[in-house]
Design a protein around this ligand. Structure first.
Ligand code: FCB
Length: 466
C-alpha cells in the first residue's frame, strides 16, 4: 500500500462544524448514492432475557468483572427491542435512504438449531416497517454476539461453528427473503478474531495469536458457506461482508519502519482481503506470527473466495508505527493530533488512501459501501439541545474523502453513519457516545443532536432537486 498520499481533505474550519453543505459536484448530491445510519443488535436491543433469547458471549463477557468500563452490560442498552417503532420513525424522519442493523443469532435459534418464532417475528416486523417507510435494509448476520452454547463448544476455534453459522444464515434468509436489500455475513471478522481470540479485549476474551488466526479462518469459512444459502434463498438481495480497515503510516524514515507500516496494513487488511479476493493468506503473516498458521482443509479457500456483490468497509482512524527491530511493528502515538473521545486520531485522508489502495490492489474488488464511519464525543443535553460540532466536522471531512475516492475511480455506492443512537460501545460501555441521536439511559429519552438535524436538512435539499 502506498505511503505517499495526495492530500484531498478540506482543512479544518468553523464552517465544517456548523454546516452540512457538500460542494455542488460532490457524489453526495446524487440521489442514488445511499446515505444511511447503522446500529448493531447487542449495542441497542437490550431485552437479553426475553422471548427465548439465549445468552451470548457478550452477556457472559460483560458480566465478568473488569472486562467492560464501569461494569456496563447490554442488558438494557437502548431498549430498542421495545422501542423499535419509535426508532424506525426517527430513522424515517432523518430522510436517510437506508438502515444497517444486525440480527442477534441467540434470539432466533435455540440450542438445537430450531427456529425461535418470537425472535424471528421481531426482525420480520422491523424489516417490514422499514420497507413500508421506503428504506433500504442492510442486514448483518453476525455482529459479534455468538450464542454462548457455541462458545462452550469452542466457539470460532471449532470448525463446526462455521457450519452452524451457515445453518443460521439459511434459516434467516428463508424467513426474511424479500425484506432485505443487502445481507452482510460478518461484521469486522478482524475484531472477532483478533480482539476476541488474540488479545482478549472482546468476548469471548481468549488471548493467543494462534487462536486468532484459527478463529479468522473459521469465520471466513462460515462466511463462504453462508453465501450459498443467502444467494439461493434470497436471490433478489445483494450479498457481502463488512470489514474494518486500518491505515498504518510511519514517521520513521528507515526501510524497516516503512516495512513496519506495510505489515500493520497487511495484518489489518490483507489478512481478510487476500483470502476473499485472492483465495490465499498473505505469507508474510506467518513471519509476523511464527507458528500461527491455521489448519486449512482442501477446498476451504475456494469456499471463502466466492464472489460477493459488495464489500462493506468500516473506517475510524490511522495508526502510526515503527519497526520493532525484528519481524514486526510497534505502535507509537503521534503527538498533537486531533483525537476523538475514544482517543482515536481523526484522519480522513486515511480513508481515501485505503479506498484508492484497495481499488488498485484488488482487480476484483466489488462495489463498496462505507458501512460504518463516525466519532464518539462527550455529548450532553443542554436546554433540550445537543451541540456536537466535532462530529459534524468529522462527517464533513470523511465524506469529502469518500467523494475524492469516487472521483479517483473507486466504485463506492453509499455511506452509513455510525451510529443512529448512542449505544453500548463494547469494552467501553455507555460512556462513549457515537450516536447522532443522544440517549439518556436512565429515561431512554432520545434527543436529536445538531448533526442529526443537519443530515436531515441536507437530505431534504438533496431530495428536492429535480
Ligand atoms: C466498530 C464496530 C461497531 C462500533 C464501532 C465504533 O468496530 O463494528 O459496532 O462499536 O466500531
Amino acid at each position: 500500500m502506498n505511503q505517499a498520499a495526495v492530500s484531498v481533505i478540506p482543512p479544518v474550519s468553523a464552517a465544517l462544524e456548523t454546516e452540512f453543505s457538500p460542494p455542488t459536484d460532490s457524489v453526495l448530491w446524487k440521489k442514488d448514492f445511499l446515505l444511511g445510519v447503522a446500529t448493531a443488535a447487542y449495542q441497542i436491543e437490550g431485552a437479553v432475557h426475553e422471548d427465548g433469547r439465549l445468552p451470548s458471549i457478550w452477556d457472559t463477557f460483560s458480566a465478568t468483572p473488569g472486562k467492560v468500563l464501569a461494569g456496563d452490560t447490554g442488558e438494557f442498552a437502548c431498549d430498542h427491542y421495545h422501542r423499535w417503532e419509535e426508532d424506525v420513525e426517527t430513522i424515517a424522519a432523518l430522510n436517510v435512504d437506508g438502515y444497517r442493523l444486525s440480527i442477534a443469532w441467540p434470539r432466533v435459534m435455540d440450542e438445537h438449531g430450531q427456529p425461535n418464532a418470537v425472535g424471528i417475528a421481531f426482525y420480520k416486523n422491523l424489516l417490514q416497517r422499514l420497507k413500508q417507510k421506503g428504506l433500504k435494509t442492510f442486514v448483518t448476520l453476525y455482529h459479534w454476539d455468538l450464542p454462548q452454547h457455541l462458545e462452550d463448544r469452542g466457539g470460532w476455534l471449532n470448525r463446526e461453528t462455521a457450519y452452524r453459522f451457515a445453518d443460521y444464515a439459511d434459516l434467516m434468509s428463508r424467513e426474511l427473503s424479500g425484506l432485505v436489500d443487502a445481507w452482510a455475513t460478518l461484521n469486522e471478522p478482524w475484531c472477532s478474531a483478533f480482539h476476541g481470540y488474540g488479545g482478549g479485549h472482546h468476548a469471548p476474551g481468549r488471548a493467543d495469536v494462534r487462536y486468532a488466526t484459527q478463529a479468522m479462518h473459521h469465520l471466513l469459512l462460515g462466511h463462504g458457506l453462508a453465501l450459498v444459502h443467502l444467494r439461493r434463498n434470497d436471490p433478489g438481495a445483494q450479498v457481502g461482508l463488512v470489514a474494518n480497515v486500518g491505515r498504518g503510516t510511519t514517521t520513521g524514515s528507515s526501510a524497516a519502519d516503512k516495512r513496519a507500516a506495510e505489515l500493520f496494513e497487511l495484518q489489518h487488511n490483507n489478512w481478510i482481503f487476500d483470502p476473499l479476493f485472492k483465495k490465499s493468506y498473505p505469507e508474510a503473516l506467518w513471519s509476523l506470527w511464527p507458528g500461527a498458521k491455521p489448519l486449512i482443509l482442501e477446498g476451504d479457500m475456494d469456499i471463502i473466495g466466492a464472489p460477493m456483490d459488495f464489500l462493506g468497509i468500516n473506517y475510524y482512524f490511522r495508526t502510526n508505527v515503527v519497526s520493532d527491530g525484528g519481524h514486526g511493528y510497534l505502535e507509537v502515538d503521534l503527538e498533537g493530533v486531533e483525537r476523538t473521545q475514544m482517543g482515536w486520531e481523526v484522519y480522513p485522508q486515511g480513508l481515501y488512501d485505503l479506498l484508492v489502495g484497495f481499488h488498485h490492489e484488488y482487480a476484483n474488488l466489488p462495489p463498496v459501501y462505507i458501512t460504518e464511519n463516525g466519532t464518539a464525543s462527550d455529548d450532553v443535553v443542554v436546554d433540550g439541545k445537543v451541540a456536537d460540532p466535532r462530529r459534524i466536522s468529522f462527517l464533513n471531512r470523511h465524506l469529502a474523502a469518500v467523494d475524492a475516492a469516487v472521483k479517483a475511480g473507486v466504485d463506492i455506492r453509499g455511506y452509513f453513519i455510525w451510529s443512529l443512537l448512542d449505544n453500548f460501545e463494547w469494552a467501553f460501555g455507555y460512556e462513549r457516545r457515537f450516536g447522532i441521536i443522544h440517549v439518556d439511559y436512565a429515561t431512554q429519552k432520545r434527543t436529536w443532536k445538531q448533526s442529526a438535524f443537519l443530515v436531515r436538512d441536507f437530505l431534504a435539499r438533496r431530495n428536492a432537486q429535480p
